[in-house]
Design a protein around this ligand. Structure first.
Ligand code: NDP
Ligand code: GDR
Length: 373
């Protein structure tokens, strides 16, 4: 039985990757951080009582800032594959916590590579590094491919740049099987609540159910190449199965503005919105409701812009060229953007229907604070 070790197993990608690897017969080991609250919601459906035999998922306490801990876990697990997905992954938050971000996202990668090297496991263990389209930053060339120069625009991206190059360097210096997946944005119903797509689908679901008046967003003009996380973890696995270690861009090849993601989310629920105004004065209003379950007053203001969500330096346009992945990995996404929006918005409607039920029955007073960031 192959063994995989996943850092960041409690995150969006960690959860989908764990499901995928279990379905392929792996035993999956994951590193989770100690937290004062349970933080395993995304993988709880895979939970097994640790007293059972032949466990498919084993969790270890740890942290990417702690090399002794990383070395011990790698030694104990003896993984065939390591997926380094753990990171402080929020671009805006990285401006608030730049040093921590550098430690986890940059040096954390080094700690993984060093653990494998120090333990003499170079010939046994393959390493996947979660690199990102944020490396491209300030637009140099469109679409962005494996050959496009980097110009990172946030402490997050700069830290990931270190992670990218140290992975390449260890591959070249020590002949390690260490590779980068340069993944463009990928989303899902498990997406963290403060990334823009999930912030939108949660907000739109609550507005449609009458639980919230409006949501505030930042830069509506930014363009992103969005795919579904389920498709992207398949690509991660394929990257590590290749005979030679190489880096790959994973993207859909289609880019969309934030404003249009908002429009599409409302549209899925039969609500038509129109944007008016510019910059910080831009707003969206309801202009039609086709679904009897979601009737909102025509003219209702549902989206506003708040400058606090703008970044000090922005990445305006991401559009990936996945030709290499399509040709060499035979990878092709199953979801298009409409399918992604559909999956996300209906999951959030289901989630907030429960809130609605509790509120209507007088069992809860609800306050939402996930529209920060
Ligand atoms: P998430 O934010 O959902 O998950 C991040 C994971 O990292 C969580 O499990 C988190 O633990 C863990 N983590 C955070 N800090 C530490 C630490 N100090 N030590 C150990 N683990 C830590 O991210 P995604 O699943 O979306 O992304 C996975 C990886 O891919 C990340 O590295 C991200 O930067 C990168 N990436 C993501 C893209 C995307 O669009 N989703 C695109 C390109 C790259 P906890 O649950 O306790 O917070
Ligand atoms: P990103 O994702 O920065 O691309 O990083 P995010 O969803 O946070 O932002 C995408 C774009 O939307 C704009 N935006 C807003 N963003 C947030 N979070 N909140 C808002 O209210 C808002 N309004 C507009 C942003 O300015 C930006 O242009 C994600 C993360 O998963 C990284 O870890 C990963 O590496 C990259 O994707 C690829």
């Amino acid at each position: 039985m192959k063994k995989a070790l996943i850092t960041g197993i409690t995150g969006q990608d960690g959860a989908y990757l764990t499901e995928l690897l279990i379905s392929k017969g792996y035993q999956v080991h994951g590193i989770k951080r100690r937290s004062s609250l349970f933080n395993t919601q995304r993988i709880d459906h895979l939970y097994q009582d640790p007293h059972e035999k032949d466990l498919k998922v084993v969790l270890h306490y740890g942290d990417l800032t702690d090399s002794t801990n990383i070395i011990r876990i790698v030694q104990e697990v003896q993984p065939d594959e390591i997926y380094n997905l753990g990171a402080m992954s929020h671009v805006k938050v990285s401006f608030d916590s730049p040093e921590y971000t550098a430690n986890v996202d940059g040096l954390g990668t080094l700690r993984i590579l060093e653990a494998v090297r120090i333990l003499g496991m170079i010939d046994k263990t393959r390493i996947y590094q979660a690199s990102t389209s944020e490396l491209y930053g300030l637009v140099q060339e469109v679409p962005q491919s494996e050959k496009t120069p980097f110009y990172p625009r946030s402490p997050y991206a700069v830290a990931k740049m270190y992670g990218y190059w140290i992975t390449v360097n260890y591959r070249e210096a020590y002949n390690m099987y260490a590779v980068n997946g340069i993944l463009f944005n990928h989303e899902s119903p498990l997406r963290g609540e403060t990334f823009v797509t999930r912030k939108i689908t949660r907000g739109v679901a609550r507005i449609a159910l009458g639980l919230q008046d409006k949501i505030f967003l930042g830069n509506l003009d930014a363009q992103r190449d969005w795919g579904h996380a389920k498709d992207y973890v398949e690509a991660m696995w394929r990257i590590l199965q290749q005979p030679t270690p190489e880096d790959y861009v994973i993207a859909t090849g289609i880019t969309t503005r934030i404003r249009d993601f908002v429009r599409m989310s409302f549209e899925e629920l039969g609500i038509e919105v129109e944007f008016k105004g510019e910059g910080a004065d831009e707003k969206a209003y309801v202009v039609g409701c086709a679904n009897p379950d979601f009737q909102l007053p025509i003219g209702k203001e549902v989206i506003g812009v708040d400058k606090r969500y703008f970044r000090p330096t922005e990445v305006d346009l991401l559009l990936g060229d996945p030709t290499k992945a399509k040709t060499k990995l035979n990878w092709k996404p199953k979801y298009d953007l409409k399918g992604l929006v559909n999956d996300m918005i209906w999951a959030d409607v289901e989630l907030f229907r429960k809130d609605k039920y509790l509120q209507t029955g007088g069992h809860a007073t609800l306050r939402y604070h996930d529209d920060s960031y």
